[in-house]
Design a protein. Structure first.
Length: 559
């Protein structure tokens, strides 16, 4: 069990204290009820009025009802409170993992763990108190039976070994089924997210029915897992239904012999009818076992996220420099092998490096490593001689700016998305960044300019890319990482943006390039193949190699 999970669930003591108090009240009153009923019966049989025993019985009934209502309210509060805090913890961890989380979990899987796994794991305190309460009820019932006749304890205890074996088998089976059920939910969620991302392509190709079938393909197995869980639950419920009443009947038979032998009173026999099932409470709590199985499944999926290591932030400030970038023996591992393998690369301050290669060669991984979005499994990345892992987070994020192929426009207005995460900026910086990204023209045409809410700004793919570029250019960063950030621009606009980048300042640029023209404008080209640097040099020199020319979807004479 992860200690952070325990701390989160137990962080607010008010709810757990109320839950324990309500459970204690309910258990105590319920344990005393059979004895009170028996005492009232004996009093009446002995010719007494039964007034005092009846009053005691009424008080115990009221206490049991009040405790039961308190348990329901406290359980709801504890679960809701712990779920909120646990989801916050998971969200913090996911954001701390950054893009590295994609290497361990898919987006749909992470969503499932946060949305479904967290509420199950949050019931830890509720399930624990319920289990202790059931155990207390069983122990109290056994003690009461012992006080009436020790033979009763021997009779009831004979059912315990079989009950424990059935419980263990059920919990193990139900845990596996619950885990698989949540995994299949995550798979459907991941496929749905993929379909939403490509909805225009799906509609354009007319393949929505085929895509719907793909998304719902795990549904039969999901339904099968659910049915298997309820079948296991039904079997356990039936076995418990047989075991507890049969044991209770045996205890009543022993108690009846005791009455006939003069060892017990008729009222005590009535009490045995209540105490025998209580003594077997821990074996009869099939719903509790189902909750326990779901709890274990939820804890498994939550702790998987918590156990993914998050690199500790560095504490070194960034020294003076112009943005020299160095990669030394950088290796990044993927599920099927290395994404990058011992990459050595240096980009001089103020230079531009184009990263070229076929799809899947490792270009985006290289860009993410160089920008500090992924921590390499071995090797190191340095900016002006300091390893990125050693830099203080604020200094690191201020020194490196990113622009992506499909930027997410975060914030409320156009101005918000451009200044997102940039901190205070000098006057006119937003307008300058828009001009350099060639986004000022269409932004001026929006109803309120940069104050236009994003939901009211109909933007094309190229316009979204230019806003993403403006968001990167608004920062006074030493290193600018462009991950195919101009792919949706026409050739003229792309050339204008590249000219603006070259004239803006002496910042270092790393550009993932798919066009020969983009590579030609760079000072240096890194040709990536299967995660390795196959060649490094100016575009005009590499162009002599036909295998290099084949990396671009352009005629060979287009330089």
């Amino acid at each position: 069990m992860d200690h952070r999970l325990l701390r989160v669930v137990c962080a607010a003591p008010a709810g757990p204290v109320a839950l324990v108090a309500a459970t204690a009240l309910n258990v105590a009153c319920t344990l005393l009820l059979p004895g009170a009923v028996g005492a009232a019966a004996d009093s009446v049989l002995d010719g007494g009025s039964g007034g005092a025993p009846t009053l005691r019985l009424a008080v115990l009934l009221a206490g049991a009802v009040l405790g039961g209502a308190g348990i329901k309210a406290a359980e709801a509060y504890c679960t809701a409170d712990a779920t909120g805090r646990l989801r916050s913890l998971l969200l913090e961890r996911v954001l701390a993992h950054g893009t590295a989380a994609e290497r361990s979990f898919g987006a749909g899987d992470l969503s499932s763990r946060v949305v479904t796994g967290a509420p199950q794991a949050a019931k830890m305190m509720v399930v624990a108190v319920s289990g202790v309460g059931g155990l207390g009820m069983s122990i109290g019932g056994l003690i009461a039976l012992w006080l009436i006749d020790w033979r009763l304890v021997a009779t009831v205890s004979a059912a315990v070994p079989l009950g424990l074996v059935l419980m263990r088998l059920f919990v193990r089976r139900a845990t596996d089924l619950s885990t698989r059920y949540q995994e299949l939910q995550a798979e459907i969620s991941s496929r749905m997210l993929d379909a939403q991302t490509g909805v225009r392509t799906i509609r354009g190709a007319g393949t929505w029915r085929r895509e719907a079938d793909r998304v719902l393909a795990p549904l039969p197995e999901l339904a099968g897992s659910g049915r298997a869980l309820w079948r296991a639950f039904g079997r356990m419920q039936g076995q418990g239904t047989l075991l507890v009443p049969l044991t209770g009947l045996a205890a009543l038979a022993v108690a009846g012999q005791g009455v006939m032998a003069g060892r017990t009173t008729p009222g005590s026999m009535i009490a045995v009818a209540g105490y025998a099932p209580m003594a077997l409470t821990i074996l009869a709590q099939v719903p509790f076992l189902l909750r326990l199985a779901r709890l274990r499944a939820g804890v498994r999926r939550v702790t998987d996220v918590l156990h993914v290591p998050v690199p500790l932030p560095g504490g070194r400030p960034l020294p003076p420099g112009q943005g020299e970038l160095s990669l030394r023996g950088v290796t990044v591992l993927g599920p099927d092998g290395p994404l990058l393998h011992e990459v050595d690369l240096t980009v001089s301050a103020g230079w531009s490096l184009a990263v070229v290669g076929r799809s899947g060669a490792g270009k985006t991984t290289l860009a993410r490593v160089a920008g500090g979005l992924i921590t390499p499994d071995s090797g190191e990345v340095l900016l002006d001689g300091v390893p990125l892992a050693d830099l203080e987070p604020t200094a690191l994020r201020g020194a490196i700016a990113h622009a992506f192929e499909r930027p997410e426009l975060l914030g409320t207005t156009v101005a918000d998305t451009i200044t997102y995460g940039a901190g205070p900026l000098p006057a006119g910086r937003v307008e300058l960044a828009l001009a350099r990204a060639r986004a000022d023209g269409f932004v001026r045409l929006l109803p309120e300019g940069t104050a236009t809410p994003l939901r009211d700004a109909p933007l094309s793919g190229g316009e979204i890319q230019r806003l993403g570029l403006a968001r990167a250019l608004v920062r006074d960063a030493r290193l600018l990482v462009l991950d195919d950030a101009t792919s949706s621009l026409d050739s003229v606009t792309e050339a204008q943006v590249e000219a603006a980048l070259a004239d803006a300042n002496a910042r270092t640029r790393l550009v993932v390039a798919h066009r020969a023209g983009t590579a030609a404008h760079a000072d240096l080209v890194a040709w990536i193949d299967d995660g390795r640097v196959r060649a490094l040099g100016p575009h005009r020199e590499l162009w002599a190699d036909p295998r290099y020319r084949a990396q671009f979807s352009v005629p060979e004479n287009d330089r």
